[in-house]
Write a protein that binds this ligand. Structure first.
Ligand code: PHE
Length: 356
């Protein structure tokens, strides 16, 4: 084994002091990033740096001096590193000590733009409508998109013979029988079919079946109708539906809520009117319009909940009354944002969606 020359503690400390001075001079003398980096390698280089060499000689310091030697070494190491850091800063290099890298940085190049994701315009509209109805005291309620005959038709006063049940106007589902094993062909159960809900009025029934009045809810969700897609139709769209049932709810309450709801979304100066209409589940029924761009535009359907419907969910029509209204969300969103074709909303082209 090669035996190293013994080094006294004093000698070791003197060497370190000298090195610190040298390094400090070299860093101070550096006038550009390249010179500074050279000096860094010379003094702080991990393999052949001068500090590393002195560190190796520490093994030759007598044992009783080792502790002091170690402390001194650390202090000098830190001082040299600090000397480098401040020189680096002085030269404006930065970049974790890699002074060279800075040369390739062109601060005149355009930066990378951060794109923040956004909610779909329909989701934004839903959130806004939900907020408006929330301020009027209506709590959100939800229901399934696959519905049964009772909730989509029967309970809503749409009997078996009613034209609203026409298969051309509804997405009926064929359901494989649970009993027939392999050979079971999906079948349409004509007496009690399942279907994709054609209106959110189904949620009225589900809520009233499970709750006693007073009821004040709003439901927002998808509905399905086999319409051919064109600029204003799509086989899936969204509806918002409000329902209020309590003692002595009147048509005047309905008018007030419709007006507040419409003007909150469209603007306070937008005229709203109500005219007679027909729906199986409301009596009387009305249609609401608002005046926009020089003409009356259909807002949605509404009316006083038909006594038959109240009876179907176990309410007493002599004790409570209520109103309901429902409307398409896409149309509102399109009017507000001047969207000319409903299909844009569902083709998921980010160039379109990014605008909202
Ligand atoms: N469900 C009706 C429709 O889809 C709208 C409506 C809801 C009408 C509630 C009256 C009461 O057109």
């Amino acid at each position: 084994m090669p035996t190293a020359e013994p080094v006294t503690l004093e000698q070791f400390i003197a060497d370190l002091d000298a090195l610190q001075q040298q390094a400090s001079d070299a860093f101070a003398a550096a006038t550009d990033a390249e010179q500074l980096d050279k000096a860094r390698v010379e003094f702080l280089g991990a393999k052949k740096g001068k500090l590393k060499l002195i560190q190796k000689s520490m093994g030759a310091v007598p044992n009783e001096g080792k502790r002091d030697a170690g402390q001194k070494l650390n202090a000098v190491k830190q001082a040299i590193q600090q000397g480098f850091d401040s020189a680096n800063e002085r030269l404006g290099a930065g970049g974790g000590g890699d002074a060279k890298r800075d040369k390739t940085f062109d601060s005149t190049l355009p930066g990378k733009r951060f794109r923040i994701g956004k909610l779909h315009p329909i989701t934004q509209t839903i959130n806004e409508l939900k907020d408006i109805m929330g301020r009027l005291g209506f709590t959100p309620a939800d229901g399934p998109e696959i519905e049964d005959d009772w909730h989509n038709f029967e309970a809503l006063n749409i009997p078996k013979v009613h034209p609203a049940r026409d298969p051309l106007d509804n997405f009926y589902l064929s359901v494989a029988s649970k009993t027939g094993a392999n050979d079971s062909v999906p079948e349409l159960n004509v007496d009690s079919p399942l279907l994709m809900r054609s209106q959110t009025s189904t949620v009225q029934i589900r809520v009233m079946e499970n709750r006693q009045p007073p009821v004040r809810i709003v439901s927002l969700g998808r509905v399905y109708r086999p319409d051919t897609a064109d600029w204003s139709h799509y086989p899936m769209f969204h509806q918002i539906e409000g329902l209020m049932v309590d003692q002595k709810v009147t048509l005047a309450d309905l008018k007030t809520v419709i007006k507040l709801f419409a003007t909150s979304y469209l603007g306070n100066d937008v005229p709203v009117r109500i005219r007679p209409s027909f729906f199986p589940f409301t009596e009387p029924s009305v249609e609401a319009d608002y005046y926009w761009d020089g003409k009356w535009v259909e807002f949605g359907g509404a009316g006083m909940v038909d006594p038959n419907v109240l009876r179907h969910v176990g309410y007493d029509p002599d004790k409570v009354s209520g109103f309901a209204f429902g409307l398409g969300i896409e149309r509102l969103c399109m009017i507000r944002h001047q969207i000319t074709d409903i299909r844009y909303l569902f083709t998921n082209d980010v160039r379109f969606l990014r605008q909202f």
